[in-house]
Design a binder for this molecule. Structure first.
Ligand code: DGI
Ligand code: FE
Ligand code: FE
Length: 191
């Protein structure tokens, strides 16, 4: 399938705001892929599809997740905002026939990150934060960091997420902590 096919598919599944966000993330992912030497079409595909089930009703998302044989852990069960990444990764396989495991994982881990992320996974995680239309205090710092080092940008985004979640007394998913530790430990090893 081509870019226009994916655009048509997601257009039916979400409102204008989420659709524009998805296109912006895909465009940003392409820029980062060019900069860091990742497959550009995979970056576009993962970017355009990353939030594909974000507006699917929660009960349907749970069904999709179950049909994919995935069991949610306790933090995920208590945090419905995390479901769309997991349900999306199942949806693109079963409904769109995506078989590329890197694209599937880039969607599955785009909200939390995780340890040992591939280049594509990092690009989608970062593009979600730096895409056109994103507007939060620190977005310009984040954009600059993303042009210099994906790892620096990841650390900044983990800090941002930990701060926000803890200030709201929301649970923090372990993958996020493992992802943070992974980068920091690799870095310390090099120093
Ligand atoms: O889908 P988007 O809005 O484009 O962005 P996203 O997939 O990164 O989702 C971000 C939301 O998920 C945001 O409201 C914070 C929330 N979130 C991210 N990590 C965690 C989390 N919520 C909980 N409870 N725990 C997490 O670890
Ligand atoms: Fe998302
Ligand atoms: Fe998103």
């Amino acid at each position: 399938m081509e870019r226009t096919d994916y655009k048509k598919i997601i257009r039916e599944l979400m409102g204008d705001y989420r659709y524009n966000h998805s296109v912006n993330v895909a465009d940003e992912a392409v820029k980062l892929a060019e900069l860091y030497g990742c497959d550009v079409e995979k970056a576009y595909t993962a970017g355009i599809l990353h939030d594909i089930t974000k507006e699917v009703p929660k009960d349907e998302q749970l069904q999709i997740i179950e049909s994919g044989g995935i069991i949610l852990d306790d933090v995920q069960k208590g945090a419905p905002k995390l479901w769309h990444a997991v349900s999306g990764s199942v949806y693109v396989q079963t409904k769109l026939g995506i078989t590329d495991i890197d694209i599937i994982n880039a969607i599955r881990y785009h909200t939390t990150g995780r340890a040992n992320m591939s280049l594509l996974e990092k690009i989608i995680y970062i593009a979600d934060y730096t895409a056109k239309g994103r507007d939060y205090s620190g977005v310009e710092v984040m954009r600059q960091l993303s042009r210099k080092s994906l790892e620096d940008a990841m650390i900044f985004s983990y800090q941002f997420t930990f701060n926000k979640l803890s200030s709201l007394e929301n649970p923090i998913h372990p993958d996020e902590l493992f992802g943070y530790n992974d980068i920091v430990l690799q870095r310390n090893r090099k120093d």
